[in-house]
Write a protein that binds this ligand. Structure first.
Ligand code: GAP
Length: 513
């Protein structure tokens, strides 16, 4: 199946099974804003819990906070967001559609990559077992020509972005003969900068309202609380502050479902270190974060690092953790060495000293910061993409199953009475009432057992138990495993010990040690 079709199926599945709905659905939605449904919110909460506990529980030098979305507007001046949190935009005069100039060019680069991959795939098919891919890539005139064009475009684009040369970005679009996907024309305007922050007003207009911003990242809430936490928590450098919360960006190219949203959630951790040690910590956090991702068990081939060529003015190293989505490798998390830029700026703009006195070295300094920043929604999309599976069964039927890591699954156990009579529902409810205190357990009696199994497969429930007539005598149930579909007879009294460990977040956390 084409990857595009897989992606469409995942989006439809998310809606059909109560994971993600378009926001304001009965009013035809609001672009790039989404709501999480009854299963989505459970999965999302489990992702957040996995992240939070891996930071705050497993590190005795990391604590959490929850700062407000509204902050003093000067914070965004100090952080550089008022002046520099911009996207380069270009309009097509015929379709009146607006695009990000950088995205148009990146899409063009991706087309070269696609063409190269198609050439390689064609050759692999032609030469079968004799195919030497590395040699083909290094010698095929067609591949070499495409690669050369791609690299030249990439180099020109990187240079233009580094210099934020808007005229050059436009010239690249013209030279590459990039057309508007709607009108098909090349009738482009100039490229302009567009600030991504949403603003609103605080206070009554009679008193003179103040323009405030909806935070575009949660990180600044951590920076401005750095000293409060350091002092009240008696924290010693190196230490970290973690936070999960909403962020808002007026994204112009909002597409790919929950990949790029206008209202989204971030899980950010700022790690404060002694100046000069930041590269060592940057490497450590790269390794720690990759381990966190890979513990989910989707396979190491689903991840890669992508080091930034264009560094933000305050950063001295930056990399993305990319995940193989149905539309290619895409950024899920950013790991940045942010120097002491943010703390120094807040010191300057607030006029308050935020220096740290290091008792070990007897010096005062402004700590450097390593940031790990991951989008909850992108993480959610990556988990859904990797888990969504269509399986051909022996009887010719297809089953759709979400192979979610058990610890992240919205429901851990479904208890199903074989029939709705003879005391089986009562027995099943007894089991639910006992186990619901340990993990998310639900009761389902509607439809045939086969249909109920499929329903649970589709939402990723790792275990189902069936209560039958024998249960009333032997106090045993049939336990079915979602992935293998194998069934075993187990005592009701054993269920908690069999299941609880396998579905707990702790089971994931233990892999990180
Ligand atoms: N404090 C650093 C920061 O915000 P970023 O690379 O702009 O860095 C970090 O964002 C993460 O937030 C991204 O890796 C992504 O997962 C998520 N993110 C950013 N913009 C997003 C959007 N419009 N929709 C969904 N997630 C987004």
């Amino acid at each position: 199946m084409a990857q595009e079709d897989v992606f469409k199926k995942i989006v439809a599945h998310c809606k059909e099974y109560g994971f993600v709905f378009p926001s304001s659905d009965i009013y035809d939605g609001l672009a790039a804003v989404y709501d999480y449904g009854q299963n989505g919110v459970e999965l999302k909460n489990n992702i957040k819990q996995y992240w939070w506990q891996s930071m705050v529980l497993l590190h005795d030098n990391i604590v959490g906070i929850d700062s407000a979305i509204f902050m003093h507007p000067t914070i965004w001046k100090a952080s550089g967001h008022v002046d520099a949190f911009n996207d380069p935009l270009i309009d097509n005069r015929d379709s009146k559609k607006r695009y990000r100039a950088d995205v148009l060019i990146e899409d063009e680069i991706a087309k070269y990559d696609d063409k190269i991959e198609k050439e390689v795939a064609k050759a692999a098919k032609r030469f079968k077992e004799d195919f030497d891919e590395a040699k083909y890539r290094a010698t095929s005139p067609k591949v070499l020509e495409l690669q050369e064009k791609r690299d030249a475009l990439h180099a020109r684009y990187s240079a233009a972005m580094n210099a934020m040369d808007l005229e050059e970005l436009r010239q690249i679009i013209l030279d590459e003969e990039i057309v508007c996907p709607i009108s098909g024309t090349r009738n482009w305007t100039e490229v302009r900068q567009f600030n991504l922050m949403f603003s609103t007003e605080m206070g009554s207009t009679a008193d003179g309202a103040m323009k405030v911003y909806l935070r575009p990242e949660t990180a600044q809430g951590i920076f401005v609380n750095y000293l409060n936490v350091q002092k009240t928590g008696r924290m010693k450098v190196p230490f970290g502050i973690a936070q999960i919360g909403k962020a808002f960006r007026n994204e112009i190219v909002a597409r790919q479902f929950i990949f790029r949203m206008r209202e989204f959630e971030q899980m950010e951790m700022q790690f404060f270190v002694r100046p000069g040690t930041e590269m060592e910590w940057f490497s450590k956090w790269k390794e720690t974060r990759m381990k966190w991702h890979q513990a989910l068990g989707f396979g190491a081939d689903h991840y890669r690092f992508h080091d930034h060529e264009k560094l933000a003015h305050y950063a001295n190293a930056a990399t993305d953790v990319e995940f193989l989505m149905p539309f290619g490798f895409k950024e899920v998390e950013g790991i940045h060495s942010r120097t002491n830029f943010d703390l120094s700026q807040h010191e300057k703009y607030s006029g308050k000293s935020i220096k740290y006195f290091d008792p070990e070295t007897n010096e005062s300094y402004t700590p450097f910061v390593i940031e790990t920043s991951i989008g909850v929604d992108r993480m959610f999309l990556s988990v859904m993409s990797a888990a969504y599976t269509e399986e051909q069964l022996e009887n010719g039927e297809t089953r759709v199953v979400l192979k979610l890591p058990a610890a992240l699954a919205p429901v851990k156990l479904a208890v199903l009475p074989l029939v709705k009579k003879d005391g089986l529902p009562e027995k099943a409810r007894e089991i639910v009432n006992d186990l619901k205190f340990h993990f998310n357990t639900i009761y389902d009696e509607k439809d045939s057992i086969g249909k109920r199994y499929r329903r649970q497969d589709a939402v990723g429930t790792p275990y189902c138990v069936t209560v039958d007539h024998d249960t009333l005598n032997d106090n045993c149930v049939t336990l079915r495993n979602r992935d293998t579909m194998q069934q075993e007879r187990v005592a009701i009294s054993e269920l908690n010990s069999i299941i609880a460990d396998r579905v707990s977040i702790t089971s994931l956390l233990k892999k990180l040690q």
